[in-house]
Each structure stands twice: as structure tokens, then as C-alpha cells.
Design a protein around this ligand. Structure first.
Ligand code: PRP
Ligand code: MG
Length: 211
């Protein structure tokens, strides 16, 4: 039997991802240790789980350091890495939006600066609308940018809407809905196809039982 390695997302999607594997009976008690260790081996079942920042999950999977991975659709669309997206896991629901202060619609007519962690998505969105914008790449706390005059609007993820509300910003336009996805390394799907397909089927059963 081949070894299978899986990259799980750290942070807000971690619990749902771990629960999913436990419910699927793929990784019983192994995963409770993963908050402290970055790699957990399940020698009995020949599985290895690693915990990485969601933004790095496609990199591990594309290079084959992980056979499988879980990350948001937002990250997949931003990075367009060379791997297969095989399953919508139906958690980690959020929306990619354009947001800003109420008056942003007026100020955006003259100055078109967009702060974002997702420069490719933002670029593509405004290009399709035929709007010429300046993209300002940030790495976090993007909501600050329009408040302090770094940009007129932001392109970012909204989940509960709390961050926007607490910073006096509103959703101006929705771009696309996002949720967690299972991705697979292209070569692994060929070389370890039986085990990987078994895992996909087990996870799919759990996901469908949530409906
Ligand atoms: C994400 C996102 C929003 C916020 C949305 O930021 O960039 O800021 O969460 O969630 P909410 O609608 O429930 O408030 P994150 O907390 O990951 O931090 P970062 O932007 O600093 O990376
Ligand atoms: Mg944020």
C-alpha cells in the first residue's frame, strides 16, 4: 500500500477539515495532536497529515510534497496552480467581494485604487468590467487601506461581515462565492489512484450526508 500525504489548512478551516477526516474514518485519533506538531504520521494506515497556511496548500500539492490538500476556492482561483480540484467540501463558506466606505462609489470615479490579498482575482474582475484600476497588494488587514487613504476600495473575503462592519465598510459588489475544496496532485492521481479514489469516495459520503 502506498503512503498518502495530506496538507490541511491551518486557521479557521482547520477544525472543519480535521472533523471531516475523522468522520470519514480516515484518521481517527491521530489529528488531535496536529495543533502542536506540524506533521502527524498515521503509520498503521500509511497516512501523513501536515498543517500548512491555506495560501501554501496548493504549492505543497502542485509539487507533490502532499498528494492531497484542502484550501478555499478563493486561493485556487488566485493562484491557478497545476493540480486537480476534485470535491467541494461544503464548509468554509465565504464570498469574494469589492468593499469600501459608503462614499467609495463616488470617489472611485476619479481615483481607482484597489487594495487586496488577491491581486490576480481583482485584476481580472476589473479588466472584465473594462475598468482601469491600480492594484495595491497587501498581505492582511486589508480593511485598513480605504480607512487611511491607501485605496478607495478593497477586494477581499467576507465571511460573517464583522470585519467590514467594525471598520465602517460595506459590500459594494459580490464577485463569487467560495468554499473549501479538495485538491489532488496530478501525478499522484495516476500513481496512487486506488488509495486516492477511496479517500475521495469516503470524504464525498460525509460531505453528502451534511445536506
Ligand atoms: C479574513 C478576510 C477578512 C475577514 C472576513 O481576514 O481577509 O478580513 O477574514 O471575515 P469576517 O467577514 O467574518 O469578518 P483574516 O482574519 O484571515 O486576516 P488577514 O486579512 O489579516 O489575513
Ligand atoms: Mg482580513
Amino acid at each position: 500500500m502506498e503512503n498518502i500525504s495530506i496538507a490541511l489548512p491551518k486557521g479557521r478551516m482547520a477544525d472543519s477539515a480535521i472533523t471531516l477526516f475523522e468522520k470519514a474514518g480516515i484518521a481517527e485519533n491521530i489529528l488531535k495532536d496536529i495543533s502542536r506538531k506540524l506533521v502527524v504520521n498515521d503509520y498503521k494506515n500509511l497516512m501523513k497529515f501536515m498543517l500548512v497556511k491555506p495560501i501554501d496548500v496548493p504549492t505543497y500539492v502542485e509539487h507533490g510534497a502532499a498528494d492531497l490538500g484542502i484550501c478555499g476556492k478563493d486561493i485556487l482561483l488566485e493562484q491557478k496552480k497545476d493540480c486537480y480540484e476534485v470535491l467541494d467540501l461544503k464548509f468554509g463558506f465565504c464570498k469574494m467581494v469589492v468593499a469600501g466606505p459608503k462614499e467609495a462609489k463616488d470617489s472611485f470615479l476619479t481615483n481607482k485604487r484597489v487594495a487586496t490579498k488577491f491581486p490576480n482575482i481583482a485584476e481580472e474582475f476589473f479588466r472584465q468590467k473594462g475598468e482601469n484600476v491600480e492594484i495595491i497588494k497587501l498581505n492582511g488587514s486589508v480593511e485598513l487601506a480605504p480607512i487611511v487613504g491607501l485605496s478607495e476600495v478593497i477586494v477581499d473575503i467576507v465571511e460573517t461581515g464583522n470585519t467590514l462592519r467594525e471598520n465602517g465598510l460595506i459590500v459594494i459588489e459580490e464577485i463569487f462565492p467560495s468554499s473549501a475544496r479538495l485538491i489532488v496532485n496530478k501525478a499522484s492521481l495516476k500513481t496512487k489512484s486506488q488509495r486516492i479514489k477511496e479517500i475521495i469516495i469516503k470524504l464525498k459520503e460525509v460531505v453528502e450526508s451534511f445536506k
